[in-house]
Ligand binder design. Structure first.
Ligand SMILES: Nc1nc2c(ncn2[C@@H]2O[C@H](COP(=O)(O)OP(=O)(O)O)[C@@H](O)[C@H]2O)c(=O)[nH]1
Ligand SMILES: [Mg+2]
Length: 419
């Protein structure tokens, strides 16, 4: 009996050593990839609550480590009703999560964890996702605030609140996480597809199905993987089916993750992260701006408490806002010009004044006399009757309208430059 146990333990040890060797090789391969560039990628992790996003981030971080798993982002923080209590966007940089100084020399990715995206494809969710992808949602920002802004002011309110924010965390890559043990969040997947893949700035999307250990039916997990990948357009190299570091896995192993790493979980995670960190997998049209005409299609505001989301559908054709904008500016200019002209019109008949001055001129010449006050007035008759005011008035209107047009672009440029 003792002989059997020791050989079982030996097999387990050999397996561990093999996995450890594979892990070392995977880290080396990953670092060769990371050596090809200098700035860490910003990698956002999105998915509905409870699917294992935070656990996945902690698992990835453990896979980078040679010591032990450590909690870097909070897992499973739900209140009594099942709702997640925290809705913050959390950024975790390599300086915060790497143990070794040697590794800190490589651009290991910045991981972005967030809660607040339910399984919806509403305009509200898509709009919030745009702000996340464009880096307008800063570290520790409460995503629930965005939902409240939407409730009070609709999409317009959200745009006023977020478009003026400084760009701090522009996302280079998105990992969509779902659970292999639950129903796929098809609405949120549709929203991600539309915003990340179909708008001007195209973000590389990766997919992770967690909780492989809970999935006891192989056929089901295969068909789930197929649906997940085809819905998000994921090729094999952009997909991972995994088990995260979690209580269930600890129980199964009879060990605890805070004392060690599990190389058998690390190897697939590392191999996946090597794809995520590949310099060649990058954003298309990275400089496209959010306010471009194609990116936002304003829709009539719904009451978000009663609104039920329509089934996923293709986005409506983009509206070319530029012609509408120019017409709106022209109309505004016209209204200002008419108002100013009306305000500045003197409260007397200008033509009578011109006639009176002509008579005064004639008489003062023939009778050889002059009244300085009246002469001055008649010399500036154009100013008084406003005729010569038209050119400066028009210039004034053009400048005001021009500033309306140019100032928001200057402000956004200053924000981007970090001023
Ligand atoms: N069995 C198992 N449980 C997991 C796995 N990943 C996460 N969990 C558990 O699922 C729950 C929710 O995980 P969490 O990471 O907080 O999900 P999030 O809301 O998407 O961030 C926690 O109780 C985790 O321990 C996994 O791969 N297998
Ligand atoms: Mg979480």
């Amino acid at each position: 009996m003792s002989g059997t146990m020791s050989s079982a333990a030996q097999i387990a040890m050999t397996e561990d050593m093999n996995y450890q060797q594979l892990k070392d090789e995977e880290i080396q391969k990953l670092e060769e990839r990371l050596d090809e560039y200098t700035l860490p990628k910003n990698v956002a992790i999105i998915g509905p609550p409870g699917v294992g996003k935070s656990s996945f981030i902690n698992s990835v971080i453990a896979s980078f480590s040679s010591k032990c798993w450590r909690e870097r982002t909070k897992v499973g923080f739900f209140d009594g009703g099942g709702d997640q209590v925290t809705h913050h966007l959390i950024k975790i940089t390599k300086e915060e999560y790497l143990d070794s100084e040697r590794q800190k020399g490589y651009p290991y990715p910045t991981l972005i964890d967030m809660n607040g995206f339910d399984d919806e494809s509403s305009e509200k969710i898509k709009e919030l996702l745009r702000y996340v992808l464009f880096g307008l949602v800063p570290h520790e920002h409460k995503l629930l605030d965005a939902i409240n802004i939407y409730t009070d002011g609709g999409i317009k309110g959200m745009r006023e609140a977020y478009l003026s924010k400084k760009e701090t965390l522009k996302v280079d890559c998105l990992i969509f996480v779902a659970s292999s043990a639950s129903v796929l969040p098809l609405n949120l997947m549709e929203a991600v597809k539309q915003v990340a893949l179909k708008e001007d700035r195209v973000i590389p999307v990766f997919g992770v199905l967690t909780k492989e250990d809970k999935c006891n039916n192989l056929e089901e997990s295969v068909s789930k993987k197929k649906e997940f990948c085809s819905k998000l357009g994921l090729p094999e190299n952009r997909f991972l089916l995994c088990t995260n570091y979690c209580d269930d896995y600890d129980k199964n192993k009879g060990q605890s993750r805070w004392n060690r790493v599990y190389p058998e979980l690390d190897v697939p995670a590392l191999s996946f992260m090597r794809q995520v960190c590949d310099v060649g997998i990058k954003v298309l049209q990275n400089n496209a701006t959010l306010e471009g005409p194609k990116t936002v299609t304003l829709q009539p505001q719904q009451d978000p408490r009663t609104a039920t989301d329509p089934p996923p559908r293709d986005p409506p054709p983009p509206v070319d806002n530029s012609v509408i904008n120019v017409l709106a500016f022209a109309f505004k200019g016209l209204v200002i010009a008419i108002l100013l002209y009306w305000i500045l019109t003197p409260p007397f008949d200008g033509q009578q004044m011109v006639d009176a001055c002509a008579q005064f001129e004639h008489k003062s010449q023939t009778m050889n006399f002059s009244i300085p006050g009246i002469k001055n007035l008649c010399d500036r008759i154009g100013d008084v009757t406003q005729r010569q005011l038209m050119t400066p008035l028009m210039c004034f209107v053009v400048v005001i309208i021009g500033m309306d047009f140019v100032m928001p672009q200057i402000i956004r440029m200053l924000h981007r430059l970090g001023i």
